[in-house]
Every structure is written in C-alpha cells, then in structure tokens.
Design a protein. Structure first.
Length: 174
C-alpha cells in the first residue's frame, strides 16, 4: 500500500510539473505573454473585471451577505487596514494585479499603478458602495497616485549618493 501511495504521489508531482507553464525566457516573450494576458476576460478560471464598476459588481456577487454586513459596519480606514492582507490579497492575486490583467491596465491608465494601492482603492470604493456613499473615484485615484509619487520622491530625497562623476561630451577626437 505504501508503495502504491508513493508512486501515485510521484506520478501526481511529475504530471503537475510537466503541465506547468514555462516562464518567459526573453523580454520579447514576456511582453508577448503580457499583451495576451491583459486582453483576457478570464485568467486561471477567474473572471477579471474590466473597470471599477465591473469590479464592484463582481464583489457583490462573490461576497456573502454576512461578510458584507461585517465589512459595511467597520469604519472605512479600519476596513481597509484590517482586511488588506486577506481581502486585499485576494483581489491582488485573483485579479492578477502583479502579473498584469485588463483590470490592472485600467488602473494604470488612470495613474494608479501599484497593486496594493489598487486593492486598497477597490476596498474603499466597495465600502462606500455598501454604505451608499459617493464613491469619489477621481478623488480616490488621485489620492493613491499622489501618495505613491510622494513616497517615491521621499525615498529619492533620503537616498545616499554612492558616487558622483561628471560626464563630458565626447567631441569625437582621440
């Protein structure tokens, strides 16, 4: 019996590794895969929303009534902070925000480029929808885009200069 179980496990492992998708080896392969991926409405068997309204409608379909009520009664900031590593991670992973999807492209086009920011924006918007508040989508998008830009500038200001050199224009003489 142990031997049969061992062989069955080996066979399962072998079949899974043989069917796994081979990662792109060149930048052009990666770009080709990415361009195909961001056009898909379904990735890994999961429907990918096309925009904010579609995402909010999908969350309405996916989240059970009891969870909606619990989420709704939290304060907005608390809901986003408390559920970022569960609900937010679900959004990031299932809607392929790191790997690229039509939803990630939609948000990139409006200036929200970081997957964690997209997830937080979606959670805030969904919380507002449940509480029948104005979504203020342009305001949310601007907030996350500016927040990321400011964090980047702060890192540049705090950065350490390792080496400085002055580049001179080569006049072609040797």
């Amino acid at each position: 019996m142990r031997r049969v179980l061992f062989f069955a496990t080996c066979l399962l492992f072998f079949s899974l590794t043989m069917t796994a998708q081979k990662p792109a080896e060149t930048e052009s392969e990666w770009e080709k895969e990415y361009n195909a991926r961001v056009r898909k409405s379904v990735i890994n068997g999961v429907y990918i929303p096309k925009d904010l309204n579609d995402a909010l409608n999908q969350l309405d379909k996916l989240i059970d009534s009891e969870s909606k009520v619990k989420f709704k009664w939290l304060e907005e900031d608390e809901a986003v902070k408390k559920l970022h590593f569960s609900f937010g991670r679900w959004i990031i992973y299932n809607w392929s925000l790191y790997e690229g999807s039509r939803l990630s492209v939609y948000f990139q086009q409006i200036g929200v480029t970081y997957p964690d920011d997209i997830a937080k924006l979606l959670m805030r918007a969904y919380h507002r929808k449940l509480n029948r508040k104005d979504l203020d989508f342009p305001g949310l998008a601007k907030f996350y885009a500016e927040k990321r830009k400011e964090e980047h500038l702060e890192k540049l200001r705090e950065g350490e200069v390792i080496d400085e050199f002055k580049k001179t224009k080569d006049d072609g003489k040797q």
